[in-house]
Design a protein around this ligand. Structure first.
Ligand SMILES: [Zn+2]
Length: 323
């Protein structure tokens, strides 16, 4: 027999309304203990978010009363618009609790099916989709300023372009045809990663060059499978080429290419979890993958959820529907 919980009788004696209030209070306590905050406003204050005007982007403002939700309101000295600390963030006018969001985000770091987040968070399918789009919006430009250096592995991986299934004239062709979307994947010795869509079918030297030219530091060593399409990149960035021809029986190849081969299979497994996603969102999924890879890689020094919450509340985003 388990020890009697002294709260059991009390909890069962509560009205439905009081039970709901108790659960809210428990969630506040739980989140304070876990994250140090229990609301979006507290989160914004904790990380010193600077309120910015959603209309003109200025942070030059005066305090001006309170919003209907009780948040400090600011009046922009640039354009005269009113805003709050949470305007310009994805949490602006969030109508669900901080607790629901943190559970949702935790699930999102494991890339679980959306249906699972709906069930566990008690939210609708459109809400679950909207939230995912909002989180993706915060990593939109994330890869733009990433660069890899010293020792860099690259490879291409392919996913079937499912938008073609909706095309009446579509006939699946054999081989590396235009039915496949090419994703260029790169990782360096420092575990910096990069993943970008590189058109349909097998890429040309120009496409590879364009995809990677701003993301690999000149003079680095490029470790790859010797694909001719990599040559322009190697020449123009003055890279040292180190080639391992793909051969699943060659120990030397397997050892030296393990890092990039693993990366490609992780990425593919990740993408396959989202069967039926809209292909125009594919790059957003890749951005999130690369962002998470970085966050998880440093999780011992910096707990992943704290880092993600900080990122979300400090990123200026004006989410637009129907992106
Ligand atoms: Zn303004």
């Amino acid at each position: 027999m388990s020890v009697q919980n002294s709260f059991t009788d009390l909890v069962f004696s509560l009205s439905d309304e009081d039970f709901r209030l108790l659960q809210d209070a428990v969630a506040v306590r739980k989140n304070r203990d876990k994250y140090g905050v229990a609301s979006f406003e507290e989160l914004a204050v904790k990380y010193d978010r600077v309120p910015t005007c959603p209309a003109c982007g200025s942070d030059n403002a005066v305090s001006f009363g309170f919003s209907p939700e009780g948040l400090q309101r600011y009046k922009c000295l640039g354009c005269g618009k009113y805003y709050t600390l949470l305007s310009n963030t994805i949490f602006h006018s969030a109508n669900k609790s901080f607790d629901t969001w943190t559970i949702y985000l935790t699930l999102m770091t494991f890339n679980v099916p959306l249906e699972m987040t709906e069930e566990i968070c008690g939210i609708s399918h459109p809400t679950a989709m909207l939230w995912r789009q909002k989180v993706f919006a915060t990593v939109d430009g994330y890869q733009g300023h990433l660069y890899l250096k010293d020792r860099v592995w690259i490879d291409e991986t392919y996913v079937f372009d499912s938008t073609l299934l909706h095309d009446d004239n579509f006939k699946r062709k054999r081989g590396l045809s235009s039915n496949l979307i090419c994703i260029v994947v790169a990782i360096d010795i420092h575990k910096n990663t990069y993943a970008v869509i590189c058109g349909h079918g097998k890429p040309s030297a120009t496409r590879i060059y364009k995809a990677l030219k701003d993301h690999i530091v000149e003079g680095s060593t490029l470790v790859h499978d010797g694909e001719k399409a990599h040559n322009m990149l190697i020449e123009k960035l003055d890279l040292t080429s180190e080639v391992y021809i793909a051969n699943a029986k060659d120990k030397n190849y397997l050892q030296n290419m393990a890092l990039i081969n693993n990366m490609c299979s992780w990425l593919k497994r990740y993408i396959y979890r989202f069967i039926g996603m809209r292909m125009e969102n594919l790059q957003s999924y890749l951005n999130w993958f690369v962002y998470l890879f970085r966050v998880k890689g440093a999780a011992e020094r910096w707990p992943k959820m704290e880092r993600i919450l900080r990122h979300l509340v400090l990123t200026d985003v004006q989410y637009k529907r129907n992106r």
